[in-house]
Design a binder for this molecule. Structure first.
Ligand SMILES: Cc1cc2nc3c(=O)[nH]c(=O)nc-3n(C[C@H](O)[C@H](O)[C@H](O)COP(=O)(O)OP(=O)(O)OC[C@H]3O[C@@H](n4cnc5c(N)ncnc54)[C@H](O)[C@@H]3O)c2cc1C
Length: 388
């Protein structure tokens, strides 16, 4: 078994790491304070061709594999890029674009993918609603067909990129009596009548990513904008994309584990107490060892999950285990990084307190830790009777 990166993966890693270290990390305090997605960074992504990472080359994208994309997200966060901005970028590149890559027909791909790949348009993904979170198959937003179009009504909640997105992949019930099989997915342009951005949400962390409600008030969506057949929204589009989401966006938190470790190890070498650098104290060393272990294990789980997916096999167990482990490791690592920095760790300029604020989302978004733990239990025990 070979755990080394290919030349291409290494090149992508090094390019992103260098860019993030030199141009992105030095501005993270400013991004965190402004609580806005930095458009100067988006312009850089456009220049570097980083807006359509997994969009096939024939539609203007980079045509990368999942492992290559994960390697890039991991490298950015490891170099110190803030989780929020990485999340906004990652959302566009994965759940904001991949539904069209994997489930779009040729006309939909030709019409939308080049704009997403060039960065002219930003994408978002609208599944969650004010009253529908983990039980996502029971969306209340409706889509009623009227001749050559659907009329969408409802509100979507917690939408990453909501305030900035030009295009949304939206899940709405076309037949409520059929439950999960009555949900359809649509490509909805921001300029369609009846689409509006609702309340902008004020979050604990991830400040470089903007989050809002998206409201559909008699929003007119042409029939040709439905992805796959009616009723396939949750069972085919959602199911496929959520596995990719777990596999890909989590790489941002993996990178953050490496960043916390690097900052903490460097600090421990420089900070002197009782006449010794604190790295000499066994309790500091032990904490550092566990932080490094968490980073290494998360990275190995990332390689395993992404490689399996790239080989053409489904890997719900691998993706889910990766997300659960990385979620728990992120809490530990962020807390230990502050502990090693002592009082300075609570000061923004030392750049470790932000990880604690940013760490929680990975245990909630794209399936909460409890729901995913139940999923793993079902997968490994092969029983569907544990709950409900
Ligand atoms: C910053 C941020 C960005 C997000 N971005 C997006 C986005 O771009 N697009 C999108 O569609 N959504 C997005 N989400 C929504 C996210 O995916 C949901 O928050 C998540 O799925 C959980 O739903 P909920 O918050 O409604 O919690 P709930 O489902 O209400 O859960 C509340 C609690 O109950 C527990 N629980 C629920 N069901 C079970 C069960 N069966 N067994 C045990 N415990 C259970 C949960 O684990 C949790 O602890 C985002 C959320 C946040 C916070």
């Amino acid at each position: 078994m070979d755990f080394s990166l290919s030349d291409q993966e290494q090149m992508l890693h090094d390019t992103v790491y260098k860019f993030a270290k030199n141009e992105w990390e030095p501005r993270t305090l400013e991004i965190d304070k402004e609580e806005r997605f930095p458009m100067w960074l988006w312009d850089k992504f456009k220049e570097m061709g980083w807006c359509g990472l997994m969009i096939p080359e024939e539609y203007g994208g980079a045509g990368l594999s999942l492992l290559e994309l994960c390697t890039m997200f991991e490298a950015a966060a490891h170099a110190g890029a803030d989780i929020g901005t990485c999340l906004a970028w990652g959302t566009h590149c994965t759940i904001g674009s991949l539904p069209i890559v994997f489930c779009g027909n040729e006309e939909q791909k030709k019409k939308y993918l080049p704009r997403l790949a060039s960065g002219e348009w930003i994408g978002c993904f609208c599944l969650t609603e004010p009253n529908v979170g983990s039980d996502a198959a029971h969306v209340q937003c409706t889509a009623v067909r009227k001749g050559d179009h659907y009329v969408l009504n409802g509100t979507k909640m917690f939408i990453t990129n909501g305030p900035n997105a030009d295009l949304a992949v939206v899940f709405a019930a076309t037949d409520k009596s059929r439950g999960a099989k009555g949900v359809s997915a649509f490509i909805v342009e921001r300029k369609f009548p009846g689409y509006s951005v609702g309340k902008r949400l004020d979050k604990i962390g991830m400040h470089g990513s903007e989050t809002s409600e998206i409201i559909f008030d008699n929003c007119i969506v042409p029939v040709e904008n439905r992805l796959l057949e009616e009723g396939a929204g949750f069972t085919k589009v959602g199911a496929k994309i959520l596995e990719y989401e777990r596999n890909s966006l989590v790489a941002i938190w993996t990178g953050n584990l490496g960043y916390n470790y690097d900052l903490s190890a460097n600090y421990a070498k420089q900070r002197t107490q009782f006449d010794y650098p604190i790295i000499r104290f066994p309790q500091i060393r032990e904490r550092l060892v566990h932080m490094k272990l968490d980073y290494d294990i998360s990275k190995l789980l990332m390689y395993r999950a992404a490689s399996k997916k790239d080989s053409g096999k489904d890997g719900p167990l691998e993706a889910t285990e990766y997300k659960i482990f990385t979620g728990q490791a992120s809490q530990r690592s962020a807390s230990e990084a502050i502990q090693i920095h002592g009082g300075y760790g609570l000061m923004r300029e030392y750049k470790v307190e932000r990880s604690l604020r940013d760490a929680k989302l990975v245990q909630i978004g794209a399936g909460t830790e409890q729901v995913l733990t139940e999923l793993v239990a079902r997968l490994i025990t092969d029983t569907r009777s544990l709950i409900g």
